[in-house]
Design a protein. Sequence first.
Length: 364
Amino acid sequence: MSYTYLSNTVLASFALDKNNIFTYAQAANGEIVEIQGNLNGSGETYAVTGDNIGIGLTRLNGSAPAKRFTPIAATRYYNKVQFQAFPFILLDNWMLICHIQRYVFYLDDNNYLRDAYYEDGSWKKGVLYDQEWRAAHYSKLAAITLTNQYQYDFICLYYQDNSTTGDIKLVNLSPTGWNAGNPDLDDPPLFGTSLAVVPPEPGIEVVSTDDNRDPVLFFQYNKLELGSSQDQGPNDYATYDIQDKNKALSSQASISAVDDGHNFWCFYTSDDNNVQWIRIDKNGGLKQPQPVALDMTPIPASPVSAVFVQGSNYGKIILFYLLHYDESGSRTAQEINIYASTLTSTTYTPQDNWSVSKRVCLSE
């Protein structure tokens, strides 16, 4: 189905593997739309694999409507259900059924957190709304799935509340349901900051042994610098010094982050609308920003969403953004469309050398 997207829709993405890459945006009717893609061809670059599919319950007249210009976060969840295979036999015969679910998070008109999930061929309304957790009207969202030591998944969802300081809050979904937690951030975040979250890895993990398995959240402080929830000791949280001020984060920069288990990459928009990237290695060393060599600069205030996918030989990062181009690839001032570029590592171990593919339009 063909959709007209909001002129400043947010973008969210995640990948199960190289054959299952999912991107989410909001159409003009308020409906959140899922776009499926994969790595295609000998060069393994991003390609759209199916229709743009609307999540009907999120449209304005749906059973779980999203507000227009809602933030969006998305991730996967392996819901493991334990049952007795032969309950009439007095033996330890418990078995697990694993349901693979795709979760989308957003806000409604009253800024309550809502969720929808895909399972068994259809989208269903989640129970997050029942918790009555309310975000600030300017809040962004970030979500990640981690697996605990018992091989059960849990989702961490971050948002800003409507307090006078715009505190960042954490809620999580586990097999026992939704629970609230709160990351301790000493400096105030920027109101409306972009949020990005990655698993803890060498170089960005927290120091405290009590929470060194917690995800690491990246955001923009109120002084416009890039910061994270990486705890480096008492009252000391990580900030990243961008030496070239021409490559510093723009005000209300779009931020997205990915990792491959060895390195962490953060993508953000700078004042000149370029998409910059930095890398943090396993020792915590910062590679100063470099612009992504896109063939066209995204529109002002374009969201940026990145996902890391392991290709057959090399790591890939798919970067999603907005352009004033129509589906045929012609420049226009009358509409925006979602585009993707594939960054391919030119070395077996991805670090700093990336080739960038031609842009691909995600609209039909």
